[in-house]
Design a protein around this ligand. Sequence first.
Ligand code: FEO
Length: 183
Amino acid sequence: MGNTRRNSTPLSLEMVKVLNQQVALEALSSAKYLAAAAWCGSMGYDNSSEFFFKQAEEERMHMLKIFRYICDLGGKAISPSVADVNVEFNSLRDVFEFTLDSEIMVSESINGIVKQARIENDYPTENFIQWFVEEQIEEEFVARRAVELFDLMGEDKLAIFMIDERIPKIAFSGHNGGEETGA
Ligand code: FEO
C-alpha cells in the first residue's frame, strides 16, 4: 500500500536511532546475563545462576518492548546483533560488580532517551520510557544490594555459599527505601 500516512512515523530520525541503540543495549544486557548464568552454574552457584537466567529473560522482554514501540509508531526497528560478551569472571563478586556497572550504563542510556524526548517535545516517547526509568531504579538497587553483601559478609567459602543462598531473596519494595524480604 502506498499510503504515506500509514508509512509515516511521529518519531524523529534521531529518536529512532537512540531507541534502536537501546534495543541493542538491552540485547547485550540479556547476553551478559546469560554469560553470568552459565559461569555461576559452572561454579556451582546455583541460586545466582537462576537469578541471572531470569534477568536474561527480563532484558529480552525490555528489548522487545522497545522494538515493538518503534514498530507500532511506524519507525524502522533494527534487529540487534550481539558481540563481544565477556564470559569469564574472577569471582562471584566480580560477576555482580559487572552487573552493577552494566545496569548503571543502561540507566544512563535510558536517561539519555528522556532527555532527547524532552528536547523534541516527543511526549509519547517520554511517557513510554518512564516505565524503563522505574525499572532501572529497581535493577540498580538489586545489583547494588548484591555487591554490598560481599562487603558485609566477606568472601571466604562459607560467606560465598551464604551469599548465593541470599541472592534470590533480594527484593525491591518500591520507594520506601527498599528492603530485603526473606522467602
Ligand atoms: Fe533492561 Fe537492566 O536493563
